[in-house]
Design a protein around this ligand. Structure first.
Ligand code: ATP
Ligand code: MG
Length: 262
């Protein structure tokens, strides 16, 4: 793979492994203690680099080692996060520690000062991006929840978009990760050690991350990624007990539906 000279120099002689967890077009190369993320240079890549820079020293995000944009691609070289992903076997078999760690991850985001946060991901912007995706055929209809469309769901992505415009919840703005799924959160025991994949991070409603965290827990426990019924017994309420809040199922449903258009 082509690497810009500045980056090549920093990873010289280190052997690497290609990560195959992510679902995006990004390529992630894992070196000894460094990670190189190569992706199309677009708004999301810019957002990821901007937020990672903004959050250095504020939250556990990877230290940035180098960033270059060459030939329409963004190359972000960062430190490898300590700990392990929230979907690692050790966490999946210890749901108490897992949910405490995830709750720690959410609460630390919520207590971060957002007064000078450079990116705004509130609904006024998200719905415009969703509209763009719908109008340009960018919605991945093969990767949606089973009931979103079809007999029990929406007619098509236009109908879902209209519903999302008509049913906007009251937002509680916090720092939101934006894609708070288990492979994007690293931890050690009950403590978060790394937030990664920050392309959608910015100011947004706190229920956005709660919803995607809940959906990711459900998917990981259902065996969707780990093989049939590998971890069948998710306690739906555990995350909310750890957060000390009652689930607002309407808002959770809203943000899961919104994410279908991305
Ligand atoms: N700094 C890091 N430290 C350790 N592992 C990392 C780091 N960055 C990425 N990874 C590994 O690579 C995987 C993919 O990286 P990332 O989530 O940034 O991209 P992606 O998943 O391809 O993007 P998307 O989630 O938008 O599809 C992560 O789930 C993680 O396993
Ligand atoms: Mg990811």
């Amino acid at each position: 793979m082509f690497l810009p000279e500045g980056i090549k120099r920093l990873v010289m002689d280190e052997s690497c492994q290609v990560d195959d967890i992510g679902m995006s077009e990004a390529s992630v190369l894992l070196f000894g203690d460094k990670v190189l993320k190569v992706q199309e240079q677009n708004e999301e890549a810019e957002n990821e680099y901007g937020m990672m820079r903004y959050l250095q020293g504020k939250l556990p995000v990877p230290t940035i080692l180098a960033h270059e944009t060459v030939g329409g691609k963004s190359y972000l070289l960062m430190r490898r996060c300590p700990g392990q992903m929230a979907c690692a076997h050790e966490y999946m078999t210890d749901p108490v520690t897992q949910c405490r760690m995830l709750a720690d991850g959410l609460k630390r985001l919520w207590s971060t000062d957002i007064s000078d946060c450079p990116f705004d991901q509130r609904l006024i912007h998200k719905l415009e991006q969703a509209r763009y995706n719908v109008e340009h055929g960018l919605v991945d209809l093969d990767n949606v929840e089973p009931d979103t469309f079809g007999e029990k769901g929406f007619r098509d992505s236009e109908a879902l978009l209209q519903w999302l415009y008509d049913n906007r919840p009251q937002e509680e703005p916090v720092l939101s990760h934006g894609d708070f799924c288990l492979p994007n959160i690293f931890g050690a025991g009950e403590t978060v050690t790394g937030y990664i994949d920050l392309g959608k991070t910015g100011i947004a409603d706190k229920w956005c991350d709660i919803a995607l965290c809940y959906r990711s827990l459900s998917h990981n426990y259902s065996g969707r990624y780990h093989g049939t019924d590998a971890y069948a017994d998710l306690d739906d309420m555990r995350l909310f007990r750890e957060l000390g809040i009652e689930p607002d199922w309407e808002k959770i449903r809203y943000y899961i539906l919104l994410d279908e258009l991305f």
